[in-house]
Design a protein around this ligand. Structure first.
Ligand code: NAD
Length: 385
């Protein structure tokens, strides 16, 4: 079935038709994507893009040699020697920016100027001003511009969000959240993220706290209104970076617009924690607890009759059921969430943006919260958002 054309996209790409899951409708040309950056996220994005029905046209990385190595590893159709060559290719509809944080703004500006739809990794930019600039440029270009806050795409996260929206949780009292990792536990552990020049002024909070806050606001439908933060850098120096000024961990006390009390802990030095993202919401009638490493479950707490709700498509709210693409007992995980994010981005490119798609405005929101965390930690005061 080929659906009626919706008009030519602002980048001059022919209309592509619409499919609810972003996969190319029968007879429609697949969306062509390319990646700028050839590391960990190039692997994840390219697999997700293919699973969502796109063609991985090419990749470019920091040198032509690295571009070729990345193309071979991820099975891209070709390696581009540089960003200009990639952006000049008319077969590319969507550019995925998957490079270190400090390069996002300049690369996304170029991709938008070339008329491409853009997926830009989080943090969208390393300053609020740059994130706002990207949001404005994307709006002016009239293209789809998304940020992979992919934890939104777990069916049980959508279920939690739907329960809050339907009033099943009741008036929101409090939220407890954590995002804990241990991959930077030793002073010998190092990465570009540690350096302010490559990663930005914030490390742990911008890197993973941004996911936690996005999830919190997405599930509760409320925004953080004010916060007070404490940050800590546990090693004054790391192996190759030298003196370290980015934080290893952050504790945040906050309040939402309705007055709900929020406590968050974000750390990259918590032994044994690999990707420990946990969100627990307490309302007048129910609590909800989602644990990213057990994404098939949602704990529903009640004064009596608490239950561990296992994913079963027939029992889910419609938005959660839409993402529940395998029968119960066939576990969905991180990659499935990434695929759903890619599919929804491509559905938007085809003219039909699904509910809950994280866009550049959400990247701006994360940048504002990160900025407030650093400002509060420096001043030792509450900051209004
Ligand atoms: N959404 C998520 O769940 C998630 C998870 C991990 C990382 N990320 C984000 O993805 C981005 C990339 O992280 P990663 O873990 O893949 O890093 P990485 O170090 O594994 O890869 C970065 C790649 O970018 C290349 N590169 C650097 N500068 C470049 C430039 N100017 N032009 C072209 N290529 C360049 C490097 O050679 C390398 O191949 C970061 O912004 C990170 O925050 C998001």
């Amino acid at each position: 079935m080929t659906l009626p054309p919706l008009g030519v996209a602002p980048n001059g790409v022919a209309p592509l038709g619409v499919a609810a899951n972003g996969v190319a409708p029968l007879g429609a040309a697949p969306i062509g994507i390319a990646l700028i950056g050839g590391g960990f996220m190039a692997d994840v994005h390219s697999r997700a893009a293919r699973a969502a029905g796109a063609r991985v046209v090419g990749v470019t990385s920091s040198t032509p040699e690295r571009s070729r190595a990345a193309a071979e590893r991820i099975g891209a159709e070709r390696a581009f020697d540089d960003v200009d060559a990639l952006l000049a290719d008319p077969n590319i509809d969507v550019v995925h920016v998957v490079t270190p944080n400090a390069t996002h703004h300049a690369l996304a500006v170029r991709a938008l100027a070339a008329g491409k739809h853009v997926v830009c990794e989080k943090p969208l930019a390393t300053t609020v001003a740059d994130a706002v600039d990207l949001e404005k440029r994307a709006a002016k270009a009239g293209v789809v511009a998304t940020v992979p806050f992919v934890y939104r795409f777990h069916p049980m996260v959508r279920e939690a969000r739907a329960r809050v929206a339907a009033g099943q949780v009741g008036r929101l009292f409090s939220v407890q959240g954590a995002y804990l990792q241990d991959w930077l536990l030793g002073a010998a552990d190092d990465n570009w993220r540690v350096s302010t020049a490559a990663g930005g002024a914030s490390r742990a909070f911008a890197d993973i706290g941004s996911h936690l806050c996005d999830l919190l606001e997405f599930v509760t439908g409320e925004q953080l209104a004010r916060l007070q933060a404490v940050t800590r850098t546990v090693f004054a120096e790391r192996a190759s970076t030298g003196p370290v000024s980015t934080e290893d961990l952050a504790g945040v006390l906050a309040q939402t617009g309705s007055g709900a009390v929020v406590s968050l802990l974000v750390s990259q030095v918590a032994p044994g924690r690999k990707n420990g993202l946990v969100l627990e919401v307490h309302g007048a009638t129910e609590s909800l607890r989602f644990v990213q490493e057990r994404p098939e479950e949602l704990w529903i707490g009640r004064r009596t009759g608490s239950e561990l709700h296992l994913r079963n498509t027939d029992e889910l709210h419609p938005d959660a059921a839409r993402l529940s693409v395998l029968p119960p007992g066939h576990p969905l995980g991180y990659h499935d969430a990434f695929t759903a994010f890619a599919a929804d981005t491509y559905a938007a490119v085809r003219g039909s943006p699904p509910d809950g798609l994280p866009v550049f405005a959400d990247g701006v929101r994360a940048a504002c919260i990160t900025d407030a965390v650093l400002a509060s930690a420096a001043a030792g005061t509450w900051i209004d958002l």
